[in-house]
Design a protein around this ligand. Structure first.
Ligand code: CMC
Length: 377
């Protein structure tokens, strides 16, 4: 073994230039095109962030109307894609359905390989517009309900909730979803985005890159953690059981507490700070802050450990969504609904300044072994 020669997990390896996103992990800062995530979450709609990530600047009023119109225009899931969702075997995992449907979107695009700037923008807008429809159609079908058509009066976040529940959401729920989408929209070279960039760097098409990214996001060490968080909270069940539960679990080898830790943040994830407020607020609106209180207590205990662990974006999104009446299996798909724009922005950036991504590996096996014919092995 040549220990120390490899950058295991590519930690701290700078693989490319980017202009889209900056994380300062030591102090918990996050910027999209230079704008602080706190300003974006408090003052922007998801549509503004879509424009920012795809065009590199905040939209003025006319540009915002334009991008909002483009997103509405792109709504309406092709029947072929709805049929793919309908045809998924009972019990399929929602992220698997989303991954398959994302791939099927390419088949219903007349110009899936149009890599002109206009073509790339159109494909990105199309995927941003249709991801909520895929997730919602699957959500409703597995409950024995028919998908509903988009509501042209509603913005992206409110329409997503409308697509899920078949009725207009209240203003608080719509705003909470809008903030959640903004917070999850982009996060530099995370695993799913890097996956998208690796695929894009072969000059394959945007649909292939995004389909791969959905697959990467599904993993419990990445976007799948939010589902794990709510399962943990439900398993613990009561505030009094937190301490004994954690004590027992941390005795297990390789135990990972979902929603804690991060490769880049060495302190609080700024997105968790915002979502913590929404977890509390949503709990108060729904008449129970139990899941927020439990989350807060777990956060305190983890921060107080000899080796402190801090909550990441997935920790407080889980209790927020749960309080919004959303079931756990949909939490990672919601992450994808938000992140698809970030992936598209990175695919465009990668292909604009492209070089094939092809790293090297440290080989530990033998070479020049004498070949043995099959009968002699
Ligand atoms: N629970 C328990 N121990 C942890 C955790 C955790 N959640 N996170 C890190 N550690 C420990 C780990 O055991 C290791 O300890 P030691 O040095 O004694 O061996 C140390 O902290 C460093 O861990 P690592 O695995 O080298 O760190 P990493 O940068 O490779 O992992 C991570 C980052 C996110 C995969 C990890 O923190 C983790 O597994 N967290 C739980 C899953 C999770 O919440 N993922 C969501 C990430 S944020 C949303 C997103 O973008 O995906």
């Amino acid at each position: 073994m040549t220990e120390g020669m490899v950058a295991k997990g590519l930690q701290d390896v700078v693989v490319d230039d980017t202009w889209i996103c900056k994380i300062i992990g030591d102090v918990g800062k996050l910027y999209y095109y230079g704008y602080s995530i706190h300003d974006l979450a408090e003052k922007c709609s998801y549509e503004e962030v879509v424009f920012l990530l795809l065009k590199g600047k905040l939209p003025n009023k006319t540009e915002l109307e334009q991008v909002t119109g483009d997103l509405k225009q792109a709504r309406g899931l092709p029947k072929e894609v709805t049929d793919v969702i309908r045809g998924a075997p009972k019990g399929s995992i929602p992220m698997d359905v989303l991954r398959t449907a994302a791939s099927a979107l390419a088949l219903t695009d007349a110009k899936p390989n149009d890599d002109s700037p206009e073509g790339r923008y159109r494909k990105a807008i199309r995927m941003v517009a249709l991801f909520p429809e895929i997730v919602a159609a699957d959500y409703r079908l597995r409950r024995g309900e028919q998908p509903v058509a988009a509501n042209p009066k509603l913005n992206h976040a409110a329409n997503f909730l409308y697509l899920l529940h078949g009725k207009e959401p209240g203003a608080d729920a719509a705003r909470t979803m809008d903030v959640a989408l903004v917070l999850h929209a982009e996060h530099d070279f995370n695993a799913s985005t890097f996956t998208a960039r690796v695929i894009a760097a072969t000059m394959s098409d945007m649909y292939s890159a995004i389909t791969g990214a959905v697959g990467a996001l599904k993993g419990p060490l990445h976007g799948g953690a939010n589902e794990g968080v709510i399962k943990t909270l439900l398993e613990i069940g009561e505030p009094a059981k937190i301490k004994p539960w954690l004590t027992e679990k941390f005795k297990e080898k390789n135990f990972r507490l979902m929603g804690f830790g991060h490769r880049v943040y060495k302190t609080l994830d700024p997105r968790a700070i915002v979502l913590k407020k929404y977890s509390k607020k949503t709990g108060e609106e729904r008449g129970t802050t139990k899941w927020y209180e439990m989350s807060n207590e777990i956060e305190g205990m983890m921060k107080g450990r000899e080796k402190p662990l801090y909550p990441n974006v997935d920790f407080y999104s889980a209790s927020t969504y749960f309080m919004m009446g959303l079931p756990p299996e949909i939490y990672t798909p919601i992450f994808a609904v938000a992140r698809v724009v970030g992936w598209c922005a990175h695919v465009i950036e990668q292909q604009t300044h492209n070089r094939l991504i092809r790293p090297a590996a440290e080989y530990h096996g033998e070479i020049d072994k004498p070949f043995v014919e099959i009968g002699a092995r």
